[in-house]
Ligand binder design. Structure first.
Ligand code: 0RA
Length: 652
């Protein structure tokens, strides 16, 4: 070999070792790259791959993205972009495709403009997805050819090869997450569709098609959805409010591409009493808000206040108006692009960049003022709504104080229906919210009274989506929940602020029947938490109990199972002697069908039960689901239920 060739060979194996070390680091500490290895991290892989196609679309080269969940829970993401380059990468001595797929943060290693393959915050790069997949296949259509390379746990199985000819252009990535890494391998349709819908609204003009080959309808067609938005955030706001009665005819829309912070805001008012605000930075949902949201709120309050004062609409109103009053019935979406976003907060979804606040404030303030001046009718509707909100807030404070005062006066202050636990340590104490008095009775007998408390809830609790705030505190079941939990509301600045310092339980378990009524009650309770005690959800205190679906019995042997697959497997196992019909199968419909001992052993015993943590994956989607199921309008709700009835559980 010539010296030159020797040098090249040495360089090649050196970069190879680096690649292997990089992939190894991802596999050793996957959480550092994708957050966690639960169902959340599993979905993160899809977001990562789709982000790359979205980037290609934002660069102007792609308008169609197809996502398919395959029967084996592998996922295929196809786009009609330029295709990842496949030519030899001079420095790395291998195909650019191989580099993109195997080198960590490959995006940064190249010329930023041409080889960027990572989106905003997710931006850990497709190589992380590759490292965490037992199989990944990249297929590239470009230059009249079809190129392909496969990997396992990130390691190429062969050099990039040409497998055919084609006039098409684009990239297809198939990947199957590695069972050695992930605790869960099953994709959730609702989670994926929610995110893709959101991406379509945030990036108008891109068509995104989702197919799920695991679920076929009566005609044998896979479950599917197509997302496409022309109007972007305006349509997003209309979609969020589709079940509510609107107060102004068209959303107010603000777009600014001047300055360093490109931003878009759409907002509308409806006749409900809650605020629905979702915010994004670089297409990432900032659940915890941040400087962009602060700027928006400041501009909203200031501009509306000034307008209301100038217009003389406030003259007859004697009460003070505060920031919250301007946001009752408000639905808004804020989307900003930030070059180097700083994320803070518990879940790293709070924007910290301070210059963004002023940018949003200024653009919003100007645009809103123009809107109010040009649309005096809408402006008047909004101001009147604000006045009503202020009046209701005063009424609510009185009602809330009544609830809180009564607690102090009545001895322990705890509701009579609560069977409290002995422990006073919130960290180990659990509160079961149980549907109905009879299941409540079984739970009381079955529980471990040392650390488990039971609060039976009678029938339907109040539908908080429809009720005005002060009405909520009149509802017996809601009062019981508030006092049992030990929480209180309100500070001087923020009347809705939740005070958790006296929270009495760090596990709050919603236990309802596995039928339609049960899921309705669960949704009602979750709506209440979502609207009024969101911190409980965000801090991970709220769980859903999962009672078993089946009991299998053979002679003295009793087994329980939670899924149909499990049921079939266990029947096989129990029927080893060949007599399958000797196994008795009972389908549980209600908690009431279990005796206290069974309820304990299947659903309450920490050693054996299965609890699902409630988290707010996407506030926008959760909110829409809540209001669609709970809001005034019947038609969308019926449609939704009919459309989704055949797909087991609605995941919130
Ligand atoms: C860098 C350069 C070029 C395309 C891409 C990246 C690209 C990456 C992905 C990832 C998923 N889909 C994608 N589509 C394109 C093109 C450079 C050129 O053709 O000039």
């Amino acid at each position: 070999m010539t010296a030159e060739k020797l040098k090249k060979a040495a360089e090649y194996s050196a970069s190879n070792i680096q690649v292997l070390e990089g992939l190894e680091a991802v596999r050793k500490r996957p959480a550092m790259y994708i957050g966690d290895v639960s169902v959340k991290g599993l979905h993160h892989l899809v977001w990562e791959v789709v982000d790359n196609s979205i980037d290609e679309a934002l660069a102007g080269f792609c308008d169609l993205i197809k996502v398919t969940i395959n029967t084996d829970n592998s996922v295929t993401v196809e786009d009609n972009g330029r295709g990842i380059p496949t030519d030899m990468h001079v420095k790395e001595k291998r195909s650019a495709l191989e580099v993109v797929m195997t080198v960590l943060h490959a995006g940064g290693k190249f010329d930023k403009d041409t080889y960027k393959v990572s989106g905003g915050l997710h931006g850990v790069g497709v190589s992380c997805v590759n490292a965490l997949s037992i199989m990944l296949r990249a297929t590239v259509y470009r230059d009249g050819k079809v190129f392909q390379q496969e990997y396992s746990r990130g390691i190429p199985q062969y050099p990039v090869k040409v497998i055919g000819e084609s006039d098409l252009r684009g990239t297809t990535i198939d990947f199957k997450p590695d069972a050695d890494i992930f605790q869960v391998l099953e994709y959730n349709y609702v989670t994926v569709s929610g995110r893709l819908r959101e991406l379509a609204f945030l990036n108008p003009g891109i068509r995104i098609i989702l197919k799920d080959l695991r679920e076929k309808d009566e005609k044998g067609e896979p479950r599917s959805d197509e997302f496409f938005s022309e109007g972007g955030l305006r349509e997003f706001v209309q979609y969020m409010d589709s079940t509510r009665e609107k107060l102004i005819s068209e959303p107010i829309y603000v777009e600014s591409n001047k300055g360093t912070t490109p931003l878009q805001v759409a907002m509308s008012y409806n006749t409900s009493f809650s605020e629905n605000l979702v915010s994004y930075v670089n297409n990432i949902n900032t659940h915890e808000g941040g400087t962009h949201v602060a700027g928006f709120r400041r501009a909203l309050t200031r501009t509306l206040k000034t307008y209301a004062e100038k217009s003389g609409l406030l003259e007859k109103v004697k009460i003070d108006i505060n920031g919250d009053d301007f946001r009752e019935g408000l639905t808004a979406v804020i989307s900003v692009k930030v070059a180097e976003p700083q994320f803070e907060g518990q879940t790293k979804t709070k924007l910290g960049n301070s210059d963004v606040m002023g940018a949003v404030d200024q653009a919003m303030g100007e645009a809103l003022q123009n809107f109010l001046e040009e649309h005096p009718k809408d402006a008047k509707m909004i101001v009147n709504k604000v006045i009503l909100a202020a009046q209701a807030r005063h009424a609510a404070r009185k009602a809330r104080e009544m609830v809180q005062r009564k607690n102090v006066l009545s001895g322990t202050g705890l509701p009579g229906k609560l069977a409290d636990c002995a422990s006073t340590d919130p960290a180990v104490s659990e509160l079961y919210l149980v549907e109905g008095d009879s299941a409540g009775g079984s739970a009381k007998q079955g529980r471990n009274r040392h650390f488990q408390a039971i609060l039976p809830l009678r029938g339907k609790i109040l539908n908080v989506e429809k009720a005005q705030e002060h009405k909520i505190y009149d509802n017996e079941e809601i009062k019981n929940m508030i006092t049992a939990l030990g929480v209180s509301f309100g500070t001087n600045d923020d009347h809705k602020a939740l005070n958790l310092s006296k929270l009495r339980y760090h596990k709050i378990v919603i236990m309802t029947d596995a039928d339609v009524d049960g899921s309705h009650i669960r949704t009602l309770i979750l709506t209440f938490f979502f609207r009024y005690m969101r911190d409980l959800i965000e801090q991970g205190y709220v769980y859903i109990a999962l009672p078993p679906l089946y009991q299998l019995k053979k002679g003295k042997e009793e087994r329980y199972c939670w899924t149909e697959q499990e049921r079939d497997a266990i029947i096989k196992e129990m029927a080893r002697d060949g007599k399958a019909d000797s196994v008795n199968v009972q389908r549980y419909k209600g908690l009431g069908e279990m005796n206290p001992e069974q309820l304990w052993s299947t659903t309450m015993d920490p050693e054996r039960r299965s609890l699902k943590l409630v988290n707010i994956e996407s506030a926008a989607e959760a909110d829409h689901l809540f209001s669609m199921l709970m809001g005034d309008e019947v038609a969308p709700r019926r449609d939704f239920i009919e459309k989704n009835a055949k797909y087991a559980n609605i995941d919130i």
